[in-house]
Ligand binder design. Structure first.
Ligand code: C2E
Ligand code: CA
Ligand code: CA
Ligand code: CA
Length: 277
């Protein structure tokens, strides 16, 4: 008989078709985009509640595709993570941020830059060597580069993650736990991680001025962070009254559209010169 085995029918829904097509488009174009220098880093300031001034910026990548224009990271970071391209992409962001920090330092603008890293980048220790290299190449004071990592990157291999975090901090970088509150780490886990700060996810910050439950939650988180000696950074601050609430509960740094959008380096330079608390 010609027919052997059972026939399998795979039915693709329009949504699956769209996803497959998108994956294939990224597969053809993202690596090329990275090699052809189409990625761009934007910088969004964080404001210190203590000084009222910008103390740091977060590096946020975008892709300026000739075909589609400016593409936000949400549309290509997970592909990069799945395909392994996050390695070279993450290194490129780190190198770009280091060059920018050195340039600003030469201009007398001392501002730390925080770089996002994916769980994938934490499983081997290349990020530690990468940091050491970019600091050396750009003759940067070590404490000018920080890292933001998510809770999920700590779950997979806790001991490994702790070791890498310890080595990054030994090189002078701060390590911040990003999107705090959206994962599942317990207080006990949190107490074991050698962190500098937790970054409250914007879903908690959104409308906190009006929501008693979120207010109690943020107060409790700030108290826990104080006990563990972590600083607290709030992201996604969009309104004056959210800002006032965060000042009152003792958050250390704030970031959000209320202060500034992510900006190109020249835009940030102009912004920081005219920003008054
Ligand atoms: P994230 O690290 O949680 O970054 C915060 C996101 O919120 C950014 O989106 C930022 O532009 C946006 N945002 C800032 N202020 C406000 C606000 O007041 N309101 C609202 N609604 N949103 C605000 P963006 O730039 O699109 O980045 C999205 C995510 O992509 C980031 O989330 C981060 O997880 C990832 N990402 C960006 N750049 C990199 C990178 O270089 N490496 C890696 N691994 N991930 C990156
Ligand atoms: Ca972040
Ligand atoms: Ca977030
Ligand atoms: Ca505090």
């Amino acid at each position: 008989a010609k027919e052997q085995g059972k026939r399998t029918f795979i039915v693709f829904s329009p949504e699956m078709n769209r996803r497959v097509a998108e994956y294939m488009w990224l597969d053809t174009n993202l690596r090329k985009g990275l090699e052809q220098n189409q990625l761009v880093v934007y910088y969004q300031p964080k404001i210190s509640t203590h000084t009222g001034l910008a103390c740091s910026v977060e590096a946020l990548v975008r892709w300026d595709s000739p075909e589609r224009g400016l593409i936000p990271p949400i549309q290509f970071i997970s592909y990069a993570e799945e395909s392994g391209l996050i390695g070279p992409l993450g290194l490129w962001v780190l190198q770009t941020a280091a060059k920018q920090a050195a340039k600003w330092q030469q201009q007398g603008l001392n501002i730390r830059i925080a770089v996002n890293i994916s769980a994938r980048q934490l499983v081997d220790d290349s990020v530690v060597n990468d940091l050491a290299c970019v600091l050396e190449e750009n003759q940067l004071t070590p404490c000018m580069l920080d890292f933001e990592l998510t809770e999920s990157s700590l779950i997979e291999d806790e001991n490994r993650a702790h070791e890498v975090i310890g080595r990054l901090r030994a090189l002078g970088a701060q390590v911040h736990l990003d999107d705090f509150g959206t994962g599942y780490s317990s207080l006990a886990q949190l107490a074991r991680i050698p962190l500098d700060a937790i970054k409250l996810d914007k879903s908690f910050v959104r409308g906190v001025d009006l929501a008693p439950v979120s207010q109690s939650l943020i107060r409790a988180i700030v108290a826990a962070a104080e006990a563990l000696q972590f600083r607290v950074i709030a992201e996604g601050v969009e309104t004056e009254s959210e800002d006032q609430f965060l000042n009152c509960v003792g958050v250390d740094e704030k970031q959000g559209f209320l202060f500034a959008q992510p900006m190109l380096p020249e835009e940030f330079e102009a912004w920081v010169q005219s920003y008054r608390p």
